[in-house]
Design a binder for this molecule. Structure first.
Ligand code: COA
Length: 374
């Protein structure tokens, strides 16, 4: 048995930023166009007029101030309302592979390693841009990694589930190291015309290098323990899939082919699930709240994170104990907790313990207890 450790992380952040002000201006222009085009039906009562969004609501309900996206021109065009992402030819790197590559190279550099030191790639994300060949194998090829690669999807929990898979393989000795990459193009599965959720997501890619602790060249985070859990729920759902073209019912236009959620129910049901999960994981690992120097949570909603932070620590977290990045990145699905970990973990001291936790569709929840060495 070997001790698995996180030896490096990396974050790819897209260049384009969409502020709440830009987002709301576009959304409201779209609403005005929609209501004007459907004025007769609205007057007749057969169509319900759409309502304006507001910056105040978005910030108050979520804590989000802006998001990074792969393309803002389409998102901010009231007549388009989705990103315009050029179809790549089969001879070019796919978009997800390109994003992941940047994050992976940063993680390798942070760990003082090269691709020659890596045995496996896991691409864990909430959507994959094609069915096969696996995006992970393309990333493996682009990095010239020997070994194997595979894709996996557990929605917002993909990163922690991927870390568990990698850490278990490192622990057992079947591999020496793995890159877990999380390229999240959430802007392409968000319905930007839906007022209830148009502000939620952003794009990013993260990478985490997991190695044997003995192979670390500098400071590292030992993966002390991981725990994953799932419970089926329809409250966060995206029905898009490979069967859509086989169905005779005009699926292309259906709202359920993009991200759907019953946000209130998610809020109410996921919070206790996460709180219980983390409490039992900590108890079984003999980790007390007082032992935790930092918690890096999934970044979906500030109130949710504040609540979980209070539950886990048994008090209101001090500034910096539970860092949020969602004000800048919005919800980046599986990548959120890893962005927070990557940006806010260098200052921890030798022996400090922390908790990475993600949760989301499925429902799914994954927690990783780490301890700094060096
Ligand atoms: N602008 C202005 N008003 C808006 C609005 C917008 N963009 N969107 C909704 N509203 C209105 C609603 O119409 C509603 O009005 P009403 O009270 O008159 O009916 C009111 O604001 C409250 O809406 P609600 O959807 O209940 O807000 P909320 O406080 O629950 O916040 C979420 C919405 C989505 C931010 C919140 O429920 C959430 O974060 N849930 C969990 C999400 C999550 O973790 N998802 C996982 C994704 S991976």
């Amino acid at each position: 048995m070997y001790t698995p450790a996180i030896t490096g992380t990396g974050v790819f952040t897209p260049d384009a930023v969409v502020t709440n002000a830009e987002l709301v201006e576009t959304f409201n222009a779209y609403v005005d166009l929609y209501n004007a085009e459907n004025a007769d039906a609205i007057e007749a009562g057969t169509i319900v007029a759409k309502e304006h969004s507001s910056e105040e609501f978005i910030f108050k309900a979520s804590g989000i101030e802006q998001r990074y996206v792969m393309d803002k021109t389409g998102i901010l065009d009231p007549k388009v309302m989705h990103p315009l992402l050029r179809q790549r030819s089969d001879d070019e790197p796919s978009l997800m592979a390109e994003m992941a590559l940047d994050a992976a190279n940063k993680a390798l550099k942070a760990a003082g390693k090269t691709a020659a030191d890596v045995d496996a790639v896991i691409c864990a994300a909430s959507n994959l841009e094609r069915a096969y060949p696996a995006v992970a194998i393309e990333i493996q090829d682009l990095l010239e990694i020997n070994g194997f690669a595979f894709d996996m999807n557990v929605a917002c929990s993909s990163a922690t589930f991927g870390i568990q898979a990698a850490a278990d393989m490192v622990r057992s000795g079947s591999i020496r190291s793995a890159l877990v990459v999380n390229p999240e193009i959430c802007s392409a599965h968000l319905e930007w015309r839906d007022r209830d959720c148009h502000f939620i997501f952003g794009d990013v890619a993260t990478a985490t290098l997991i190695e044997r602790a003995e192979d670390a060249t500098g400071a590292y985070f030992e993966v002390k323990s991981t725990r994953c859990a799932t419970e089926f729920s329809n409250n966060i759902r995206n029905n898009n899939g490979f069967l859509r073209r086989s169905r005779p019912d005009g699926v292309a236009d259906r709202r359920d082919m993009q991200f759907m959620q019953n946000g209130r129910k998610v809020f109410k049901e996921v919070l206790p699930m996460v709180a219980d999960h983390v409490a039992s994981h900590m108890a079984d690992t003999n980790v007390e709240a007082a032992d935790l120097k930092r918690i890096w949570l999934h970044q979906a909603n500030k109130s949710m994170n504040d609540f979980i932070g209070r539950k886990v620590l048994g008090r209101t977290p001090e500034p910096g104990e539970q860092p949020n990045v969602l004000q800048d990145y919005a919800n980046t699905s599986s990548a959120g907790s890893i962005i927070a970990f990557s940006k806010y973990s260098d200052d921890l001291q030798d022996g400090d313990t922390g908790l990475i936790c993600s949760f989301g569709a499925g429902y799914s929840v994954g927690s990783v207890i780490v301890q700094k060495h060096g």
